[in-house]
Design a protein around this ligand. Structure first.
Ligand code: NAD
Ligand code: ZN
Length: 357
């Protein structure tokens, strides 16, 4: 048995208003006059948060269009432009949801590693530390703030740059930053965390490490989405810690069926991670009966719309593509169903499932 020796994030600051400490946090990490580059979710352009970014010297804010999830070509383009404009930079700070944080991780790595980011989609292919990187979530749920991956869509696959060099050097968890997120989006991303917990806690890879974090994250998700009426600041505090703990839980286990199936959807249709997981999870009674029951209750209680019939007009070829992508997620299936998962999940079972979505 070879136990995973995993690399964690460097520093964590948590609290309402913690964002205001960013200038002080960055200061010792500045290298001469090399700038800090702030990659900020485009939602914040012209919003008060943009005015609070602690710019010094040649520092720059770059707004990220996160309409589509991060692509290897956009990562490479950004890293190339930064090298051309500045030579070296002191660091990259990603401010936004999972998309902006993943872009920041990937750009940091591509400032120092040769070639293109598609070369590093996989496990432990990155060989050099990136530049200093900071993650600041403005949506809670993905766990991207703690994970050792950055999920990228490349020319041939949708796969992360999983490596010991990928985790952030610093994260700033300030629940105030999530306060204005629209209810639907906040739910979809929050459910990413809920689903991480269910998949981790019911999986065959489960151990006490994952369980400790998964149970706490699940409890926090329930406090927010099951036991409460309405949304307040306390919910933002709780969901931010749920995301962190949920991410820690899957760090030492794995996700499961919802993620394996939703990767297919997102590869073919561009469905975003949070909403894609919700679309799929809604139909997984067979695999996660209790979780799905509670999920449906939360959807109804929080008056959320989950899209239906998203696969209505697809061709056989489309279905085949999704099935290929999904079946390729071997560790996820193994975690969900055990070593003989291939006996339980055939192309026909998957086709039927996709047709129901
Ligand atoms: P997102 O980052 O894609 O953002 C979703 C939408 O919310 C965007 O329109 C964005 O502009 C908006 N938004 C963000 N913060 C806001 C705020 N405070 N107020 C209002 N609007 C706001 O959404 P996400 O669900 O956080 O992240 C999904 C991405 O994360 C996907 O690309 C997925 O692949 C990735 N992901 C990564 C990991 C990892 O471990 N690296 C894990 C899960 C998901
Ligand atoms: Zn997820």
């Amino acid at each position: 048995m070879n136990f995973r020796n995993f690399k964690m994030i460097g520093y964590v600051v948590y609290g309402r208003g913690a964002f205001n400490q960013l200038d002080e946090i960055l200061q010792p990490n500045r290298k001469g006059d090399a700038p800090m580059i702030f990659l900020v979710d485009h939602y914040f352009e012209g919003k008060p948060l943009a005015g609070k970014v602690p710019l010094r010297g040649k520092d720059k804010i770059i707004y990220l269009d996160v309409t589509y999830e991060p692509k290897t070509i956009s990562v490479d383009k950004l890293a190339k432009e930064l090298k051309e404009e500045f030579g070296t930079i002191s660091g990259v700070i990603g401010i936004g949801g999972g998309s902006a944080m993943d872009m920041a991780k990937a750009v940091s790595l591509m400032m120092t590693n040769p070639g293109g980011s598609a070369d590093y989609q996989g496990w432990d292919l990155v060989k050099q530390a990136g530049v200093y990187k900071v993650g600041i979530p403005t949506l809670s749920g993905t766990g991207a703030e703690v994970s050792r991956t950055t999920v990228l869509t490349g020319p041939t696959k949708k796969l992360g740059m999983n490596s010991d060099f990928t985790p952030f050097d610093q994260i700033v968890l300030d629940p105030e930053l999530t306060a204005d997120a629209p209810a639907n989006q906040r739910f979809y991303t929050g459910m990413d965390c809920y689903i991480h917990c269910i998949e981790s806690l019911t999986g065959t890879f489960l151990n006490e490490f994952s369980k400790s974090y998964g149970e706490k994250a699940l409890q926090l998700c329930r406090e927010v989405y099951v036991n409460r009426n309405g949304w307040d600041a306390d919910c933002d505090d709780k969901l931010m810690m749920a995301s962190y703990a949920g991410g820690m839980s899957i760090a030492y286990s794995q996700v499961g069926v919802a993620h394996a199936v939703s990767y297919g959807l997102s590869y073919l249709l561009g469905t975003k991670h949070g909403i894609g997981n919700c679309i799929v999870f809604d139909h997984l009674e067979e695999y996660y009966p209790e979780g799905v029951k509670e999920f449906k209750y939360m959807v109804e209680k929080n008056q959320i719309d989950i899209p239906k019939n998203v696969c209505a007009n697809l061709t056989d070829e489309d279905f085949d593509k999704m099935i290929d992508v999904s079946l390729n997620m071997k560790p996820l299936w193994e975690n969900a169903l055990g070593k003989d998962w291939e006996k339980q999940i055939t192309r026909t079972t998957l086709r039927k499932l996709y047709e129901r979505l």
